[in-house]
Design a protein around this ligand. Structure first.
Ligand code: HEC
Ligand code: HEC
Ligand code: HEC
Length: 472
């Protein structure tokens, strides 16, 4: 990050070198400001503000309007351009900091944690100031409203987030660990305060807060996707990846014989990680490699499963009679991934064995990839697989049962054959993934709240009666 900042600064110095003394005085004042703005721009990339605040398909930068899917309903990212009427133009630095680090808006209402303030709370004063300078001075104001977030009751009560924050928000700035080398500390800051890896990769508790302590980065659901264990465990985590492979994954989203990034990880790479300088990515790798390992009972790593199908009869599914999954595979997948699953030699179409999407102990990412495809643009080049769950596409659309049969075929042939997929699993994924406890409990919440209200009312009436009796 720093190197680009210095380049910008030296460019600025060279531009400002010639004018007379009076002007030189101005530039003295302007210099730190321009460097600060540039630093803020880089931080906004590392923190991936655009992923949520810039609507996809050509939305104006940071003008909001994109609905972040949450199990409770869509939470709409607001306009954070410096527009006075519809953006954050009237925010002071202190108010901006409160939004980023405490999840509180200018008007004092609470933000939902779909805005990752639980991570940004670690940002230093200097960095929040740089971000503020960037948003106020270098982002173009857009005077355009966004739709209002309307979650169903009781989630519509924003004040309830005050209780949630009291329980789960660790309102503390980043503290480097003196026992760790500088590189690891830098990686920790990048991963935790800025890139918020744990927002997806750490499992959540019943109230949807990241679990603390041991489960850190051990894997979590993101809608129908599953952000896998990325702790240093050599089997369950990414301890078996080389440093270069991890760096390459973050920079490009693909590592031959290991993994490709689709869904939310593709977005993180597309908008943020691919733009980070290598020194920053190296720092993140150094940090990941020393995160406490979380193991399990898998015999080999996710990328360690399967091999090419080599038997002609096997390949045609003839030995299994008329395998329904093979028929779908042959019709919808084989022309890219090849009939024997090896993909193409250029790795443009990856192999389906030695692939973390098929070798894990759950099939979420296989199912989600079939439903939603892959769409990731890296260094200007698109990597695209069609979505077979797409309602709009009649030719490609596969039913729940077809996707289940296909998944079981792929898992048996190329991946972890202990994992089985049912049509019901596919239906759940199609509907946005497993519903967390809070959402399942909602139907009971309203009657429970009514009951509590009635009990309180009864208590108040009883109290008033007793007082009335005493008064007589
Ligand atoms: C993962 C998605 C996500 C990311 C990343 C994100 N935001 Fe947000 N942000 C949101 C959502 C959603 C809201 C609105 C939440 C609500 O309505 O409770 C929001 C609200 C805000 C607000 C409050 C504005 C207002 O008055 O309503 C500010 C300020 C803000 N974000 C700044 C930022 C900055 C700066 C970054 C990057 C450092 C960032 N956000 C990154 C999702 C995100
Ligand atoms: C918005 C959610 C999200 C964020 C933020 C995120 N990830 Fe991911 N990550 C995922 C998902 C989902 C996958 C699975 C993608 C797939 O298989 O297509 C994944 C996959 C990965 C993998 C590959 C693991 C494997 O076995 O295939 C690595 C490594 C990784 N992420 C590292 C990181 C790091 C490091 C960060 C922070 C710098 C990060 N991720 C931030 C959601 C996220
Ligand atoms: C038009 C070509 C094409 C077709 C058809 C196709 N794929 Fe893909 N597939 C791709 C590409 C491209 C990628 C991603 C490569 C990359 O990320 O670099 C991919 C990636 C994958 C992945 C890894 C995704 C991840 O997140 O780790 C799986 C699993 C997969 N495909 C399975 C299938 C299955 C099953 C079918 C049949 C329904 C299918 N593909 C059809 C081109 C295709």
């Amino acid at each position: 990050m720093k190197s680009q900042g210095c380049a910008a600064l030296s460019l600025l110095l060279s531009l400002c070198a010639c004018p007379g003394l009076a002007r030189a005085q101005d530039t003295q004042d302007a210099k730190p400001e321009a460097a600060l703005i540039e630093r803020g721009r880089q931080l906004s990339i590392a923190a991936d503000c655009a992923a949520c605040h810039t609507a996809p398909k050509g939305g104006a930068p940071f003008a909001g309007g994109y609905g972040i899917e949450s199990p409770m309903g869509d939470i709409i990212a607001t306009n954070i351009t410096p527009s006075q009427s519809h953006g954050i133009g009237s925010y002071t630095l202190a108010q901006f900091r409160a939004a980023l680090r405490e999840g509180v808006r200018k008007d004092g209402t609470h933000l939902y944690p779909a805005m990752p303030y639980t991570a940004y709370t670690q940002l230093t004063d200097a960095d929040t100031q740089a971000l503020y300078a960037y948003f106020m001075h270098a982002v173009k104001p857009v005077d355009q409203p966004v739709a209002e977030t309307k979650l169903p009751f009781p989630f519509s009560i924003r004040a309830s987030m005050a209780v949630w924050n009291a329980l789960f928000l660790k309102d503390e700035r980043f503290k480097p660990d003196p026992a760790q080398p500088e590189l690891v500390n830098r990686g920790a800051y990048l991963s935790n305060a800025l890139a918020h890896c744990s927002a997806c990769h750490t499992p959540r508790n019943m109230l949807m807060a990241e679990q603390v302590g041991k489960p850190f980065l051990s894997g979590g659901s993101v809608g129908p996707w599953f952000a896998p264990n990325i702790t240093s465990d050599p089997v369950q985590g990414v301890g078996g990846w080389s440093d270069d492979e991890l760096l390459q994954y973050m920079k490009t989203g693909r590592v031959q014989g290991k993994a490709q990034a689709a869904g939310p990880m593709a977005e993180a790479i597309e908008h943020s990680l691919q733009h980070l300088p290598d020194e920053d990515l190296k720092a993140i790798v150094a940090y990941l490699k020393q995160v406490a390992p979380v193991g399990g009972d898998a015999a080999k790593p996710r990328y360690g499963y399967g091999e090419a199908a080599h038997d002609e009869f096997d390949m045609r599914g003839l030995t299994q009679g008329a395998d329904a999954g093979w028929r779908v595979f042959s019709g919808s997948c084989a022309h890219c991934h090849q009939a024997n699953g090896t993909g193409t030699s250029s790795n443009e179409y990856p192999s389906l064995f030695n692939n973390t999407a098929t070798g894990g102990d759950r099939a979420d990412n296989l199912i989600a990839t079939i439903l939603h495809g892959v769409n990731r643009t890296v260094q200007g080049k698109p990597h695209f697989m069609p979505a077979f769950g797409d309602e709009a596409s009649y030719t490609d659309r596969l039913s729940d049962q077809e996707i289940a049969d296909l998944s079981n075929y792929v898992l048996t042939r190329y991946g972890n054959h202990a994992v089985k997929v049912s049509a019901d699993d596919v239906r759940v994924a199609r509907e946005g993934g497993p519903k967390p406890f809070l959402v399942k409990a909602r139907p009971a919440m309203v009657p429970a709240m009514v009951l509590v209200a009635l009990l309180l009312l009864a208590a108040v009436i009883a109290l008033l009666r007793r007082r009335g009796q005493r008064a007589h």
